[in-house]
Design a protein around this ligand. Structure first.
Ligand code: CP
Ligand code: NVA
Length: 300
């Protein structure tokens, strides 16, 4: 049987993804009722980080512990990868010790390479191309606050980055519309847009994109490993999410951000710290959504 990798939402069918979100909701409610389930007793997860992380690292480690398993935190500089050992050999060796591997990689191809040689499931903990674990948490958060996302409108404002790419696939898989406003040369990857078809709509300006939106989402203007120049940031200035922009969305719209946030850049403090913001629930939901992902990968 083929391994259940969680590398990109594009690889997994809509019914399976929906089941994972529903399972995440159950796992969360069992935990808050004081009945945590040890669904991954004695299972081990290796976590390889080539980039910084707060939420991904801590939610995966806490999640494995709460499920009865264990997580090993491995930075690429501590591993022999940092001294030139290949990803292929690392995959072969780690597969002999652990039950799954999560990797946050500079280059998406490293995660694919890992999956090509591992004999255990591989989970994408963010790459330059996508951030599927984040979007599972975001879907759970949206539905907790606003009900089924099917048929809803979500507005993505700002850089067409890795998180945007995963939102685009989510729109296709969960049957909602993603309105995207971004500078022309910072648009999301064409392959994601093409695959999503009518579910992803590009707008010339943020004001039109947020009209009627049930959620407004943004992310940092400078992703890890990206262009940090002032020219890049200058292009994104008209895309700041402030109260005036939020006022153009649906009156019950929520504000979402995967964090870390940069107040005064992609979002103003009064929006992210204001009544429409659900960012802390979103961060918490990384824990619950990823538990469902881990169980799906390791119980398959
Ligand atoms: N949102 C997210 O992935 O956060 P970290 O970079 O802190 O893991
Ligand atoms: N787009 C951001 C997300 C961080 C969680 C980055 O890649 O840095």
């Amino acid at each position: 049987m083929s391994l259940r990798h969680f590398i990109d939402l594009q690889d997994i069918d809509a019914i399976t993804l929906r089941a994972m979100i529903d399972h995440a909701r159950e796992i969360k409610s069992d935990r808050s009722a004081g009945k945590p389930r040890k669904l991954l007793a004695d299972k081990k997860l290796a976590m390889i980080f080539e980039k910084h992380s707060t939420r991904t690292r801590v939610s995966f480690e806490s999640g494995m512990l709460e499920l009865g398993g264990h997580a090993l935190n491995l930075t690429s500089s501590d591993l022999q990868i940092g001294r030139g050992e290949s990803i292929a050999d690392t995959a072969r060796v780690l597969s002999r010790y652990v039950d799954a591997i999560m990797m946050r990689a500079i280059d998406h191809r490293s995660v694919i390479e890992l999956a090509n040689y591992a004999t255990v499931p591989i989970i994408n903990g963010l790459t330059d191309l996508s951030h599927p674990c984040q979007i599972m948490a975001d879907l759970l958060t949206f539905e907790e606050h606003r009900g089924s996302i099917k048929g809803a409108t979500v507005a993505w404002i700002g850089d067409g980055n890795n998180v945007a790419n995963s939102w685009i696939t989510a729109a296709e898989k969960f049957d909602f519309t993603l309105n995207i406003a971004c500078p022309e040369d910072l648009a999301p990857a064409a392959s994601y847009l093409e695959s999503a078809g009518k579910h992803a709509v590009l707008f010339d300006n943020p004001q039109d994109a947020v009209k009627g939106a049930n959620a407004v989402v943004t992310d940092t203007w400078v992703s890890m490993g990206q262009d940090t120049s002032e020219t890049h940031k200058k292009k994104l200035r008209p895309y700041q999410v402030g109260t005036e922009l939020m006022a153009l969305a649906d009156k019950d719209a929520i504000f979402m951000h995967c964090l870390p946030a940069h107040r005064g850049e992609e979002v103003t403090a009064d929006v992210i710290d204001g009544p429409q913001s659900v960012v802390w629930d979103e961060a918490e939901n990384r824990l619950h959504a990823q538990k469902a992902v881990l169980v799906w990968c390791m119980q398959g």
